[in-house]
Design a binder for this molecule. Structure first.
Ligand code: NAP
Ligand code: MG
Length: 454
């Protein structure tokens, strides 16, 4: 393996920069620095950790435009989305800056003494991030982990390391101690695996594919190391005939083609009640055709390119023998462009069950409420989903029936940093974000103090 990796702009296919690949020794050195930094960090008064994280948040906020431009360049995200992502990192830091002073334990009634619990940090937490949302996903791990008194070693995906590296610099600029937040660039099989095997990394957070996540979990099991997994998805957008069909159809492209479909929450199956199926497709077609695909630096762009040439071939492979209903447009030229595509699928088809991770959506009809739930659950995944209906009771029943971690009714929202996020089944293990995330980066210690005199 070469000692450097060339980072490519996916909108032009041109090289941007060469990034060093850390060896096992480099990774161990970063972990050692983190071990040292963590001891002093955890010993600080809670308010000092809170202040440091607020300061980090403010520095990120002051660099939103720079971070966003880096993400446009490295990931091909439309500039509007990239600005949202950079601001989101600042907000996540700001939110978890409230945690150090709120990690309260319990006082439990016992005879002959006082029993209290403490939320102790693990020590060093290893965070492994994919290329689809490089900075937001990193922040979901590092902000609560740091807040809880841990040090962090962060491995960005090799394809998209630029914003993570910049966040590492900004942390120092904000006054976080050296070694506390180490960004280690390199391959998953070397750096990521070392996070799994190194005895001083006491918890691993992995976001990526279900196959690699399963291996990471197996490796962590051998070390008895807790692991949080955020994996793939095949989320259903369920449209009942009683729904506001105009609104459901107008919002459906955004729910699957955002970030060119490279979104674990992409609603990549649209399940439509049979009596509304033809009307829904009629409404969907103009919405897909007006979805603006192009230069990610353009303010009006809604979708950029796919991340790489090899990923584009994998997405293309899903269209072999598919029944394409209609497609949107995409620029020609260099860059890994792919036009948004709507396919009519049958139950059991590969496109109806497997994650494409590209701008391809499968539309399937269903018969009734029970059938909708059964079809929505007919995949190994269970991350997100949407339910469109004007019937309140049905909205409640279907949202309880669909085995997914994050659902929305008459909307497609998945991520609000102050609410929990994560998947069921093959979509993951554990939850990120929300009010309890900092606590997930701690172990409970129970201490009994005897009070009996003599
Ligand atoms: P991936 O191949 O699983 O890689 C994810 C990360 O793991 C990368 O940083 C990768 O490093 C690293 N890695 C690869 N092999 C490893 C190993 N043996 N040990 C430790 N780390 C290893 O996934 P991807 O192709 O980047 O991302 C796409 C997938 O992620 C999709 O399936 C998508 O659904 C899922 N995803 C899920 C969520 C969620 O929140 N649920 C969010 C985003 C993405 P290198 O690539 O640098 O070698
Ligand atoms: Mg991969």
């Amino acid at each position: 393996m070469s000692a450097v990796f060339t980072v490519i702009n996916p909108a032009t296919a041109l090289p941007i920069r060469e990034i060093p690949r850390a060896s096992v020794d480099d990774t161990d050195a970063a972990i050692s620095r983190a071990v040292v930094a963590q001891r002093s960090w955890a010993a600080l008064p809670p308010v000092a950790r809170a202040d440091a994280l607020r300061s980090f948040a403010r520095v990120v906020e002051a660099h939103v435009e720079e971070l966003a431009q880096l993400e446009v360049l490295n990931s091909g995200h439309p500039i509007g989305s990239a600005r949202w992502e950079a601001s989101h990192v600042a907000q996540v830091l700001n939110f978890y800056a409230g945690a150090p002073e709120r990690l309260s334990g319990q006082q439990i009634p016992v005879a002959g003494g006082l029993d209290v619990t403490f939320h102790e940090p693990y020590g060093v937490v290893g965070i492994i991030v994919p290329w689809n949302f490089p900075m937001t996903i990193a922040s979901w791990g590092f902000a609560p982990a740091l807040a809880a008194g841990n040090a962090v070693v962060l491995k960005p995906a090799e394809l998209t390391p630029l914003t993570a590296l910049r966040l590492g610099e900004l942390a120092l600029h904000a006054g976080l101690p050296e070694g506390l937040f180490e960004v280690v660039t390199g391959s998953g099989s070397v750096v990521g695996q070392r996070f799994v095997s190194h005895p001083d990394v006491r918890k691993v957070v992995f976001t990526g594919s279900t196959s690699v996540g399963t291996d990471v979990a197996a490796g962590c099991a051998r070390e008895l190391k807790p692991v949080t997994l955020e994996l793939g998805g095949k989320s259903a957008n369920i449209v009942f005939a009683d729904a506001d069909l105009e609104k459901a159809a107008a919002s459906a492209p955004g729910a699957v083609f955002d970030n060119a479909g490279q979104d674990c929450c992409a609603r990549s199956r649209i399940l439509v009640e049979r009596s509304a199926y033809d009307r829904f497709l009629e409404l969907l077609e103009p919405a897909v055709q007006s979805w603006r695909v192009g230069d990610p630096a353009d303010e009006g762009t809604e979708m950029g390119p796919l991340i790489s040439a090899s990923h584009r071939s994998s997405v293309e492979g899903f269209l072999d023998g598919a029944n394409v209903a209609f497609r949107g447009s995409a620029p020609s030229g260099d860059g890994f462009w792919f036009a948004p595509t709507v396919v009519l699928a049958d139950r059991g088809d590969r496109l109806a069950r497997e994650e494409v991770f590209g701008p391809v959506v499968a539309v399937l009809p269903f018969d009734d409420e029970a059938d909708a739930i059964q079809l929505a659950n007919d995949t190994i995944y269970g991350l997100a989903g949407s339910i469109w209906t004007e019937n309140l009771g049905r909205a409640v029943r279907v949202s309880r029936g669909v085995k997914s971690g994050v659902l929305s009714v008459n909307s497609h929202s998945s991520v609000r940093y102050w609410t929990p996020f994560g998947g069921m089944k093959a979509s993951g293990l554990g939850r990120e974000l929300g009010p309890d995330a900092a606590e997930h980066f701690t172990e409970t210690k129970n201490v009994f103090f005897a009070t009996d005199a003599s």
